[in-house]
Design a protein around this ligand. Structure first.
Ligand SMILES: Cc1cc2nc3c(=O)[nH]c(=O)nc-3n(C[C@H](O)[C@H](O)[C@H](O)COP(=O)(O)OP(=O)(O)OC[C@H]3O[C@@H](n4cnc5c(N)ncnc54)[C@H](O)[C@@H]3O)c2cc1C
Length: 377
């Protein structure tokens, strides 16, 4: 499409800000409605695998990501006592690094800077209150009272997506897997020069992920009741109780965890929108359309791939409806593969019974998946 499009992005998270940067950088008129008053991404880190870094390069922020994070290129597998079992080199997509760990707040800030520099307007503290798609455009009222007419509206509003509820009712509520992730940022131990995964007993898995020269985060997955919440006074002790069987670097990292408020607890859920991801000129992307468990560290990578491919497809196709259909045809198989694979790995690691389809995927394994995911998106 030649003329500039007017695009409203609902949600200024990782995917939404990537899309804002990609679209505004191509001359489109972009606003982002973000519910939070400020960028208050959780104070833990995230892994940007090579395919995500490739997208960061395409939108012009690769160097910023690498400067704010910690590049690593091998996954170390240990037994629960901390003895190294294997060191697995990680593949690259093209000539970008294989992985970068980065603090989430740093990533949020650099993406917001890039989106604004490209010309996008970010409206913090705002959300859609009314939306009418008349086929030729979408009339939207925001919570700040402003109104506008948009060529398309993109829901990058996360796993709990209010826009998804507006489009599909309660048909796609997040499904709790029965497992939860505990994360806490600690000083980086010098021997943690890449992700260190301590596994081998079926009760738990623990990961150490470097996110800067000085910091790493300790992450651990356990079966938890759906209504369980850590005790705000002793979350650090509850985490230590769960990791009591671990030795080596994980046990050493735990000695640094003394503040219960620093422990971030997230239930692991997933969502798949099985109907088309767009209804008229309103489309869902990222976690809103296809949230997966974090077992491949690919959720945000899929969101940023969705964003870049959507910007490219809008440029290539003759109309918004044609672009949304073409985009989904390209994105759905890859996002669904990541979701199925992530879920299969969760089952394998936790001793949950697997299906024949899971077993087929598990033959690829996490190292094999990394090779699949450095293929073009
Ligand atoms: C424990 C854990 C570890 C993970 N680790 C990794 C990893 O290492 N690597 C990786 O690639 N992925 C990882 N993920 C997945 C990743 O965090 C998500 O897939 C990614 O954040 C999705 O991006 P998104 O833009 O779709 O949604 P989000 O990043 O969730 O952004 C949604 C945005 O929408 C906003 N919003 C919500 N409601 C409204 C509203 N009503 N109006 C306006 N705005 C609204 C939110 O405030 C937020 O800013 C992990 C996930 C978990 C749970």
């Amino acid at each position: 499409m030649a003329s500039p499009l007017r695009a409203l992005i609902h949600g200024g998270g990782i995917g939404g800000l990537t899309l804002a940067t990609a679209l505004a950088g191509r001359g489109h008129l972009v606003e982002v409605a973000e519910l939070c008053e400020e960028l208050d991404a959780l104070g833990v880190g995230i892994i940007q695998p090579s395919n995500a870094l490739h997208v960061m390069r395409e939108i012009g922020v690769l160097d910023d990501c690498l400067a704010a994070g910690f590049v690593w290129d091998a996954l170390t597998i240990c037994d629960p006592a901390g003895a190294v079992l294997a060191k697995i080199p990680q593949p690259r997509m093209g000539d970008v690094p294989s992985n970068n760990g980065i603090p989430r707040p740093a990533l949020a800030k650099l993406l917001a800077r890039a989106a604004t520099a490209a010309g996008a307007v970010i409206r913090f503290g705002s959300t859609i209150t009314e939306l009418t798609d008349d086929g030729a455009g979408v009339e939207v009222t925001l919570s700040d009272g402003s109104t506008g007419r948009w060529d398309l509206v993109i829901g990058f509003d996360g796993i709990g997506s209010p826009l998804r509820r507006r489009l599909y009712g309660d048909r796609y509520a997040p499904e709790y897997t029965g497992f939860a992730n505990w994360r806490v940022t600690v000083p980086r131990a010098p021997e943690v020069g890449g992700v260190l995964m301590s596994a081998g007993n079926r009760a738990a898995k623990a990961l150490l992920t470097p996110i800067t020269d000085e910091l790493m985060y300790l992450g651990a997955v356990f079966a938890e009741a759906e209504d369980f919440r850590p005790d705000p006074e002793r979350a650090h002790e509850q985490l230590a109780e769960r990791l009591a069987d671990f030795g080596g670097p994980v046990a050493e990292a735990l000695t640094e965890v003394t503040d219960p408020a620093a422990v971030v607890y997230s239930r692991i859920s997933q969502v798949t929108v099985e109907e088309p991801w767009h209804v008229g000129r309103v489309v869902l992307a990222g976690d809103a359309a296809h949230a997966s468990t974090p077992h491949l560290a690919q959720g945000a990578a899929m969101a940023v791939e969705d964003a870049l491919v959507l910007a490219l497809t809008l440029d290539a196709e003759p109309s918004v409806p044609a672009a949304l259909a073409a985009w989904e045809t390209r994105r759905r198989p890859r996002a669904m593969w990541v979701q199925s694979m992530s879920r299969a790995v969760l089952k394998q690691e936790t001793g949950t019974p697997t299906t024949p389809e899971d077993d087929e995927l598990l033959r690829t394994g996490i190292p094999g998946a990394a090779h699949v995911l450095v293929q073009p998106y």
